[in-house]
Design a protein around this ligand. Sequence first.
Ligand SMILES: Cc1ncc(C[n+]2csc(CCOP(=O)(O)OP(=O)(O)O)c2C)c(N)n1
Length: 522
Amino acid sequence: MTTNLIPMNGAESLIRTLVANGVDTCFANPGTSEMHFVAALDKVNGMRCVLCLFEGVATGAADGYYRMAERPAATLLHLGPGLANGLANLHNAKKAGSGIVNIVGEHASYHIRCNAPLTADIEGIARAASHWVRTSASSKAVASDGADAIAAASAPPGHIATLILPADTAWEPADGVARAPAVARRRAVSDQSVEAAAKALTAGRPVALLLGGAAVREGSLYLAGQIAAATGCTLLSEFGLSRLQRGAGRVRTRRIPYPIDAAVALLKEFKSLVLVGAKTPVGFFAYPSKPSFLMPNTCQVTELATIEDDIAGALEALVDRVGARSLAPVGVAPLARPGLPSGRITAEGIGAMLGALLPENSIVVDEAISTGRGLDSPTAGAPPHDWLNIVGGSIGFGLPAATGAAIASPDRTVVVLEGDGSAMYTLQALWTMAREKLNIKILVFANRGYQILKGELANISPAQPEGKASGILTLDNPALDWVAIAKGHGVAASSVDDLDSLASEFRRALARHGPHLIEVVS
Ligand SMILES: Cc1ncc(C[n+]2csc(CCOP(=O)(O)OP(=O)(O)O)c2C)c(N)n1
């Protein structure tokens, strides 16, 4: 439904429609075809536009924003190439169930047939990582198309909607502002699904509840802990979690590890898995003579709720069905901060330092890759915090996602745990952090290599440290200077090479507002 207010062009009607429907943040990297959208920013109050110097930063920031704000941000991207630059982090957002409204400029409709230099198959590029794609047919349709895009992006758990805006639809007269159609609510799970889950949990076999999506938020974890108290089931969680609420006072789960052998070994004992917002567990990759599915062939899999379903409602029903309502949950983490570590940098030491100093209510963005493997236990008893993982496996997620999370949660400290290889993909995010004065503390684990891939290589080929193969997994020639890189983007920075100075630099960084990068040399 549109209402006629004042004469405006399509671009202005789109911005007004976004703001009217709660989309008030836009991560932007514009070009000429989006200039009417840019010009309209001065006419519309209420839209925060955040300049990102690479489109992968814009899309990754929109992902981090959705995970914390639980409503979509917009991105503004320049034609096919701009959208293509943003695809890897759109892929991550899609896998994480994050909602994003992408606005992608297109040539004026009559100009497309001329095959100008930037002409591309934008719809084709968009489809690779969008649930919903539409090209506006006229300036009068732009507002209602924008409203439909918001509704599509808001569908549970969050979808990628890409609206393509030919330049003439942006500059010609529009009809007004449109209201987004009602968003479909999360689907309630059936009584039969609850019954089947209860049967699986009480059949007396080794059984696990495997949690993913919204099932790892505090309230749902509590219910899962009650179900475990009643049935004796084990609580597991997926490796890639969009937003895990953890720390002291919250129910702990065991995360399925990334390495395939460790994952298979963990799941080996279970005869039955009950999925709650999680998928049947599969390996990241196929390996010769190793299974694709991580659980034994004989394991029975029962789905209680998908990632789109009313997960909390499903767990509530299951709590009642297994008689757990009055039980205290099992697995609640006590407040337990480790002592400050000392000596040379190790993954365990980094974990202990974080466990000792992580601020209450902080947001941890985890792209630590191999360094991240030791962090779970020492941080489990830190004060309550949120932990955001890379879900789609496409590296270059951490710095952009932290940017969006900080914009969505301005009162919270964001801590980014970054591999040095991963940080290089989207380091332009540093500049946006500095420009927006975001309270983000970044630890870059400067092991000067693609450590995880060195492990994968060693698994298939005898080690040849000086060979060509290991050479392309090494980042030490030249060594990246993270202090110079950060300072060059306007971010304060320091470098440490032992745990004592890591702890004192981290404390110093926490004590002042704004972004700070610590290069952790190991
Ligand atoms: C977009 C993309 N390109 C390449 C890869 C393959 N890849 C996975 S991990 C990795 C290296 C990560 O290195 P770093 O962040 O330094 O972490 P480390 O392995 O040293 O712990 C690469 C290149 C990927 N996952 N995504």
